[in-house]
Design a protein around this ligand. Structure first.
Ligand code: 26Q
Length: 756
């Protein structure tokens, strides 16, 4: 394809201009149109079996750069733009980022689509086309405020299709209109699709923040991801979303099955459905319903669906395991009720233990239980996580179906998270070991041969330094904040949740603040960077954001502390921010309470970019620690088995936060929340609520680990000063990150589960 010709033609047709006369906005649009077409024209991968990856979230990030790379057009585009005196990066800034996800689960789905296409496997995504995303975060008075985050302009990556499916919701009918996003695979010559369903007449954005009429299902079903579920209307809307997604998705599967020349009775031989957490679980009863409508007996339909569906668990937090009242399903999709009851009846025949039933005595439908009984595979997302599922959370199910359980340690696409976001590091790697790691990321271990190469080590430090400088420029433009690029960039970027313990990091900041005020200066200046959105209804998470923003303000105003310690919370943290910050990170904060973080994937991205992990032995941190060895990671904190015991009511060993609060060092840190200097900046009620919770409850045991956390972080800051030895740690981390390529993860899914 001649990129130049197509671009010239497009800008002439659309704007009546030659490309070199277009502004960045127009050039972006032309590139979008040309790239979208090139991706769309690619053939689908061939195969007898096809995967459908069902997910409520697909956190795709910007697509122009990624798609150019996958299509092998990136260098050409860059040169072409340069020949017109233009900069591809500036053009890419015009692209809005679709916020179709919240965090790890959604970004994992996006990495998986990238790898599936790159490996040339037939696998499409199925999800919803949210118009205003999760929400756009702004900071107002040191608090989070939420606004719609529209991303669909006149031109977007969405390809319209003719496909419309009816979805019948107790009492009224909806139409699900299908939009596709083409997913070109790098080096594979093929493209898959992300199928996003939308209502026929989507509502315009709400006028007041993200407040809208949650009972107006017809227009608002696809307005937001995870609409506020603080009231019944909000919870019902989520069930409507889920049913709409899976009903349309199931119809698409059966339509494609027919087009491929197979009968409904052959579904399982030619189809596999990966259920990404429980949000799409209703696909099980819905498919059974549709198959029986097409003439299969109940036995046959259940058999087909059970051999088709595989479930991935992403969380061990009990409160995140979805349970919906049957009354909701009765209202949203009454046609599913008899099927779910039948599935429950049969499950009780196999196993009479009520704890493993689908329908409990309170009338709640346990979505995960349905997935496990009526799927052929259950996987966790890191080795430790899968072990905890087997021996604790899903123990009964493991006893019942041991062969269904398997682990698939998460991965990330190094095309986006190394090649695209960090070209300077990519060049250095290529110079050292050649380009073969792109096809076989395991070859990054070849970098270990350069451990004593002073030139490479110092080049590595220069690359990091430049990345910090670049980030400082970006931040100055975006938020008007001026940072010191020579400071240590200590980075915690993830959804805001108490178990992830951003509040413990805030306690570190308080400790350093107090020390510096007392004249005890650290060995090196530290910049603590946060990126996080809090679920709008999650009060404690909002309070933690408030605390961090107050600390940020406090230090900004303090000329004594400022040169040594800074705190910055990025506004509206998203994939684009991550791509800018990760290359610049020195320390990767992975400090969840052991046993609570299923895997983490930011930990992998940061590692691949030469950040050194400071973390607990949780999720995939355990595997990172094994790979890099003790000298190249900073670990601390209670281990998961101890934590699980501390939650146990038996034996009198239960965690009591007050025991840890009443130690001289800890008490002072926690009480700082109520100090006059903080109260002057913040909301007394919010800070007091947070203070009371940390002191008297501390469900995720920040006070248990905080002292060791602070001293290990101090150690990291000290050792950062030995630049050569730090560069070696960076190099080892990059060298061992190949294991965490999502290409490896997808190969394992395919070998063990999908068999495409
Ligand atoms: C629960 C109940 C009702 C409605 C929504 C939800 C809900 C919403 C989002 C439950 C879970 C999520 C998101 C979970 C998530 O992002 N999990 C992360 O998945 C990553 C990919 O496997 C892991 O790396 C992270 O450890 C895990 O937290």
């Amino acid at each position: 394809m001649d990129l130049k010709e197509r671009l010239e033609q497009t800008t002439r047709e659309r704007f009546g201009l030659a490309p070199d006369r277009c502004d960045d906005r127009q050039l972006y649009e032309a590139l979008l149109i040309v790239t979208r077409r090139a991706a769309e024209e690619r053939p689908a991968p061939a195969g007898e079996r096809k995967l459908y990856y069902f997910s409520a979230e697909f956190l795709m990030g910007k697509l122009l750069d990624n798609n150019l790379l996958a299509l092998g057009l990136r260098d050409q585009a860059q040169e072409l733009l340069a020949s017109w005196g233009r900069d591809l990066n500036a053009v890419e800034e015009q692209e809005p980022e679709p916020s179709l996800g919240n965090g790890g689960l959604g970004r994992l789905a996006a990495c998986f689509l990238d790898s599936i296409a790159a490996l040339g496997l037939p696998g499409d995504g199925v999800g919803l086309c949210y118009h205003y995303g999760l929400f756009r975060q702004k900071f107002v008075d040191n608090r989070q405020a939420e606004f719609p985050d529209p991303w669909i302009g006149e031109e977007s990556w969405l390809i319209p299709t003719e496909t419309v499916f009816p979805v019948s919701c107790g009492g009224f009918d909806l139409k699900a209109k299908l939009w596709d996003v083409a997913i070109p695979g790098a080096h594979s010559g093929v493209a898959n699709r992300l199928h996003l369903f939308d209502v026929e007449e989507p509502a315009p954005p709400p006028e007041q923040g993200i407040v809208f009429d949650k009972t107006d299902i017809v227009h608002h079903l696809t307005s937001f991801l995870y609409p506020d579920d603080g009231d019944e209307a909000g919870r019902l809307l989520r069930v409507y979303q889920q049913y709409f997604m899976v009903s349309a998705g199931a119809q698409l599967i059966l339509q494609e099955l027919k087009e491929r020349g197979y009968s409904p009775a052959e579904l399982a031989d030619h189809t596999v459905i990966q259920i990404n957490d429980t949000h799409p679980s209703m696909v099980i009863p819905e498919l059974i319903r549709l198959l029986t409508a097409q003439g299969l007996t109940m036995d046959e339909a259940i058999e087909q669906v059970s051999r088709t569906c595989a479930y991935t668990n992403h969380t061990i937090l009990a409160e995140a395991l979805e349970k919906w009242p049957m009354a909701f399903i009765e209202k949203v999709a009454p046609q599913l009720v008899p099927i779910i009851r039948e599935l429950d009846r049969r499950a009780r025949e196999v196993c009479p233990d009520p704890a493993l039933a689908i329908l409990d005595e309170k009338g709640l439908v346990h979505m995960a239980h349905m997935d496990i009984h009526y799927g052929f595979s259950v996987n966790g997302v890191a080795a430790l996580h899968t072990e905890i599922l087997k021996k604790s959370e899903l123990k009964g199910f493991y006893g019942l179906y041991p062969d269904r359980f398997n682990n698939k340690t998460n991965g990330v696409t190094l095309r986006r998270w190394l090649e695209a976001c960090n070209p300077a590091l990519t060049r250095l790697i290529d110079e050292c070991i050649g380009g073969g790691w792109r096809q076989d990321p395991g070859r990054l271990v070849g970098l270990m041969d350069f451990m004593d190469n002073d030139r490479v080590l110092s080049h590595l430090l220069t690359v990091k330094q430049s990345a910090r400088e670049r980030f400082c420029r970006t931040l100055r433009e975006a938020q008007g904040i001026e940072l010191d690029p020579n400071s240590i960039f200590d980075v915690q970027i993830k959804r805001l949740h108490e178990y992830k313990r951003q509040q413990m990091n805030a306690l570190y900041v308080i400790q350093k603040y107090l020390e510096i005020r007392e004249g005890r200066l650290p060995e090196h200046s530290v910049t603590v960077l946060f990126g996080a959105k809090a679920a709008p209804a999650y009060v404690m998470a909002r309070h933690i954001i408030h605390l961090i923003l107050c600390l940020q303000r406090l230090i900004e105003n303090d000329p004594v502390v400022r040169p040594w310690l800074r705190v910055v919370m990025l506004e509206n943290y998203n994939v684009t921010w991550a791509e800018q910050l990760i290359p610049a990170a020195d320390i990767s904060e992975q400090i969840s309470l052991a046993s609570k973080e299923a895997s983490g994937t930011g930990n992998m991205k940061l590692m691949a970019n030469g950040a050194v992990t400071l973390g607990t032995l949780d999720g995939a941190n355990v595997e990172i620690a094994e790979l890099v060895g003790p000298g190249n990671i900073y670990t601390f904190g209670a281990h998961s088995d101890r934590v699980l015991r501390l939650y146990d009511d038996r034996g009198g060993a239960r965690y009591r936060s007050l025991d840890y609060y009443h130690t001289p060092r800890v008490e002072r840190l926690v009480d700082f929340l109520l100090s006059p200097e903080l109260l002057e900046l913040g909301d007394a009620r919010a800070l007091a609520e947070l203070w009371r919770d940390m002191k008297g409850k501390d469900w995720f045991m920040a006070l248990l680990d905080v002292e060791e956390y602070i001293s290990v972080k101090d150690l990291a800051v000290r050792q950062y000063g030995d630049r050569k030895s730090w560069a070696r740690k960076m190099l080892v981390n990059i060298a061992k990150s190949g294991y965490f390529s999502s290409d490896r993860t997808i190969r394992q899914y395919n070998q063990d589960i999908w068999h495409l």
